[in-house]
Design a protein around this ligand. Structure first.
Ligand code: FAD
Length: 552
């Protein structure tokens, strides 16, 4: 097969136009084109009213080698747009050995733990997955308990439970990670097997929305179990068993659970997510190497989706191929901070994403249809470990958590102490005056929004930066700084505030057999990259087991 990239056609092109473009690019008679499939479809909306579709297509042609040679000879080397289709087949690296003594453990069943567990199970290594939260259906009830009844379950919520943080989400499935081995394709293939629509394999910004994610996660659980894996819900890991080996190296020998049980294991994947603050503290107390890392804080902003559609797509807004419009914005401020949009959810809702009592955190989600009235995104400011010192001068790698907790508590109080979020009209925020009512844009956050002064909800440098950025964003997207757009806060869980640093073999720098992975370990951001990191963690575990003679 050959892959042709950068085939550009108008949004409204007739169906045969793609085939004709392929034939023209390859200068082929129609009879020599035996078949073709779309490998990727994206759009270029830079010119409003003249949106172009951009295709990559895999083609089956007669005399493939000769065609490739001829086209290559006709094309300047830096303009190559025809190449052999890359081989994206995933190949397992290990098989079980009768010498396997203990089963590998995966802590956490978010996208990272799910894929680590799946790939270990597919290799026959029979992992045990330990998840502190509940099965996804029960978890849904608890999550709605916060959203509808203002009751938070600290062990079963948006952050904790089967499927992890991404289950109640927009289900965006793209990432900017470098992925030479096409592990992202393995993630998408498994999602399709579990019930995701085929289109996630070729559209440039696939998304699946919340309801589908719930049933996909259940499907993947069943697959893992059918392959000999075991999944235990409501099993919180509270401690690590660490011993010194014959070389004097610290080595994991098992995990201790909140229910008092200890499970022996020589290989433990830690796929905790960014919200497991108690578990980070335990790892720190046990001397596992970690360091503070930068992350971002800010607010959610909501606009009518129609404002974003009109600004981005103009007269072509509403076209079914385009769907609800998204955006990606960045502004570098005079105070040296950068403000950017994050986790944009077209046609979605803002959700309560707290996992600790007495704290408020916002995030965003949507359904597959993305047809809610508002567009939402986080508007966040990058912060670094120097900013955390104010909240924890000790220099501890946990200092970022102290900052998060402080501002989440402030938000809880500003919201009225009932899990309502503090909110403000953009017009009032820019004018430096508190909001007493909200305007034409109705916020979607449940349990509710309390109009207030959000300048009190973040550090001054962040408030100043966001005040400078919003009008600048209004120049890129007409209406972005409209007075009635709504800000809610606070957005503090953009990524992990620390890194559980690992070496090239995937193991903790100072604790053998411990494989930190995914977003909480500081090695992923988003569902796809967490899934990819889970696959790599499974491979590192398998390699370690091969070295120990426990796998072949
Ligand atoms: P998590 O998904 O956080 O999973 C970690 C798991 O570990 C949790 O289930 C937790 O209960 C468990 N755990 C923690 N501590 C312990 C312990 N001590 N013992 C046992 N289990 C434990 N990303 C996207 O790419 N697209 C989106 O559209 C998107 N939308 C989002 C919307 C919301 C509301 C949220 C909250 C996040 C969203 N994200 C999105 C981010 C995405 O969900 C995360 O990047 C991703 O889930 C990280 O995967 P992970 O497996 O590393 O961690």
């Amino acid at each position: 097969m050959l892959r042709l990239t950068d085939i550009t056609l108008p949004l409204e092109h007739a169906e045969p136009a793609l085939r004709e473009a392929v034939l023209a690019r390859l200068k082929l008679p129609a009879a020599d084109l035996r078949g073709m499939t779309v490998a990727k479809r994206s759009y270029d909306a830079r010119k409003r009213g003249h949106i172009q579709l951009i295709y990559s297509v895999d083609v089956d042609v007669a005399n493939e080698a000769a065609v490739l040679k001829r086209v290559a000879a006709e094309t300047r080397p830096n303009r190559v747009k025809v190449m052999p289709t890359p081989d994206t087949t995933y190949r397992f690296i290990a098989k079980p050995s009768p010498e396997q003594k203990l089963r590998p453990i995966v802590v956490g069943m978010g996208p990272c733990g799910l894929f680590a567990g799946l790939v270990l199970a597919q290799m026959g290594l029979r992992p045990i997955i330990l998840e502190r939260g509940k099965q996804v259906r029960e978890r849904t009830v608890d999550t709605f308990g916060l959203w509808r009844k203002k009751v938070l379950n600290p062990e079963s919520n948006v952050q904790y439970g089967e499927g992890g943080a991404g289950t109640f989400s927009d289900g965006k499935l793209y990432s900017q990670i470098s992925d030479k081995r096409h592990l992202g394709r393995k993630v998408l293939d498994e999602f399709v097997k579990a019930g995701a629509p085929d289109e996630i394999l070729y559209v440039s910004k696939p998304h699946i929305g919340t309801f589908r994610l719930v049933s996909m996660v259940e499907h993947m659980r069943a697959t893992i179990e059918s392959l000999g894996g075991e999944i235990r819900f409501s099993h919180r890991v509270e401690d690590l068993v660490i011993e010194l080996d014959a070389d004097g190296d610290r080595r994991v020998r098992g995990v201790a659970l909140a229910n008092g049980e200890t499970i022996r294991a020589d290989h433990v994947v830690m796929a905790l997510g960014h919200s497991a603050r108690d578990t980070f503290a335990m790892l720190h107390a046990r001397g596992v190497y970690m360091e503070a890392k930068p992350f971002s804080i800010g607010f959610r902003i909501e606009h009518p989706q129609s404002v974003i559609d009109e600004a981005r797509f103009g007269p072509q807004a509403g076209h079914p191929i385009l769907g609800a419009a998204d955006y990606k914005l960045v502004h570098h401020c005079r105070n040296g901070r950068s403000v950017y949009s994050f986790c944009m959810c077209p046609g979605g809702t803002v959700v309560a994403a707290a996992s600790e009592p007495g704290r408020v955190v916002t995030n965003g989600m949507s359904q597959y249809s993305r047809n809610e009235r508002n567009a939402n995104a986080a508007i966040v400011v990058g912060i670094t470990p120097e900013d955390y010192a104010e909240h924890d001068p000790s220099g501890s790698p946990l200092a970022g958590i102290a900052l998060q907790r402080y501002w989440e508590e402030v938000a809880f109080k500003l919201g009225g102490g009932t899990y309502e979020a503090p909110g403000q009209r953009v017009g009032d925020f820019l004018a430096g005056q508190p909001s007493t009512t909200l305007g034409a844009v109705l916020p979607s956050y449940t349990p509710g929004v309390t109009p207030t002064d959000l300048a009190q909800a973040l550090p001054k440098y962040a408030v100043d930066a966001i005040r400078e950025a919003l009008p600048a964003f209004g120049k890129q997207i007409k209406g972005f700084d409209m007075a009635d757009a709504v800000l809610t806060g606070v957005e503090t869980r953009t990524s992990s505030p620390l890194r559980l640093t690992r070496g090239e073999d995937g193991q903790s720098l100072n604790t053998r057999g411990l494989f930190p992975a995914g977003e909480g370990a500081g090695y992923a951001g988003g569902i796809l990259s967490a899934g990819v990191d889970g696959i790599r963690a499974a491979e590192w575990v398998a390699e370690a087991m091969i070295r120990a003679g426990e796998a072949i």
